[in-house]
Design a protein around this ligand. Structure first.
Ligand SMILES: [Zn+2]
Length: 360
């Protein structure tokens, strides 16, 4: 923590410089952390992709509420994200229509597993510098989306821009400013270390990260081909120095394929069922340990196995959010016994995976 603030202060000047453009909140969708300023990641706060995720979030909330049995549920309807913002009747209707469209078309689909939503998210990210999506004023702003959807988004856009976007954009910028010093100082080293661990190369191109007010249920998700990360700036799980871990955890989704393959191979050889999320527990564990080593000035603290928490220092995401306690305790034991020695340079990759699988 102390070290974190040290880094923070040393970058104060830069932060102040970066804050200057934030005052012009009406300026559309700028990618204000110029790509060359940060290594490894390219962080964006884009208007359309934020509008899209906000509509998806609200549509899910409303749908979940409506699908409850009215007789058994006493809870009240979820508040709109625009409640109390003083919308005119016309604005309210435009917003409600857009939410209804999302309820009808997208609310039942998963942002991470639905090709349609993945492509839509990527396209809306690409058009962040456009203030329209039909390309009426500028040809290159024709996003080529379905006409109905374009209409819905363009009708909701002025409402969102007037009443919520400044707030969301500011939160996104704050999140980026908070994590930027650590990425600048540690990013290259972390990416090399993680690529080494997964026996691959970190992607040559910077990974695009779209910072949004609302992401998915997990607070962040990553899609591949192209590799892109979406992270919520408002999610309490993504704050403080943990923001760095979330970034690198998501980025690792793009390079951890060898782990998945090795686990599957070892299971086949032993005719064992494939533990579907062991690789994900391993990615959580690995990113956490690597980040902890960087963020704590003292040597990494041993885990207090008696109560399953870390004795002191940096709390890794999986510990803090109770992932091991909620069903991954067995995995944690395997990771500590067989994967940690590999991280410490005392075992090789294949042996570590083989030992984990044989102990399942
Ligand atoms: Zn993950």
């Amino acid at each position: 923590m102390v070290r974190y603030f040290g880094i923070f202060l040393s970058n104060l000047l830069l932060i102040l410089c970066l804050m200057a453009p934030a005052s012009s909140a009406a300026r559309p969708q700028a990618n204000y952390t110029e790509p060359q300023q940060l290594p490894v990641f390219e962080l964006h706060s884009g208007f359309w992709i934020n509008l899209h995720h906000t509509l998806y979030y609200e549509a899910r909330q409303r749908k979940a509420f409506l699908s409850r049995d009215a007789n058994t549920s006493k809870s009240t309807a979820p508040k709109s994200v625009l409640a109390g913002k003083g919308l005119t009747d016309v604005e309210q209707k435009a917003w409600d229509d857009a939410v209804a469209y999302y309820m009808m078309n997208y609310a039942d689909k998963d942002l991470l597993f639905t090709t349609e939503l993945i492509q839509l998210k990527d396209q809306l990210g690409d058009f962040e510098d456009c203030d329209e999506l039909f390309g009426r004023k500028r040809k290159f702003c024709d996003a080529g989306l379905p006409a109905n959807l374009t209409q819905v988004l363009e009708a909701a856009a002025p409402v969102y821009r007037a009443h919520l976007w400044p707030e969301h954009d500011q939160a996104n910028r704050r999140w980026i400013l908070q994590v930027a010093p650590l990425v600048r100082e540690q990013g290259v080293g972390l990416s090399e270390r993680l690529a080494d661990i997964y026996q691959t190369r970190w992607p040559h191109e910077k990974i695009r990260v779209d910072v949004v007010a609302y992401a998915n249920w997990a607070g962040a998700y990553t899609t591949v081909d192209p590799l892109r990360v979406t992270i919520s700036s408002l999610d309490p799980r993504n704050q403080g120095p943990q923001a760095l871990e979330v970034l690198f955890h998501e980025g690792s989704h793009g390079i951890a394929e060898a782990v998945q393959k090795a686990i599957i191979r070892e299971c086949r050889q032993r005719d064992k069922p494939i533990p579907r999320d062991l690789w994900h527990a391993l990615v959580f564990y690995t990113t956490g340990e690597v980040i902890r080593t960087v963020l704590t000035s003292s040597p990494s603290k041993r885990l207090d196995k008696s109560n399953g928490t870390q004795a002191s220092g940096y709390d890794t995401y999986a510990f803090r959010e109770g992932l091991y306690q909620r069903g991954w305790r067995n995995y944690l034991d395997l990771l500590q016994r067989f994967w940690q020695p590999y991280l410490d340079g005392k075992a090789n990759f294949d042996d570590a995976i083989a030992r984990m699988v044989s102990s399942l």
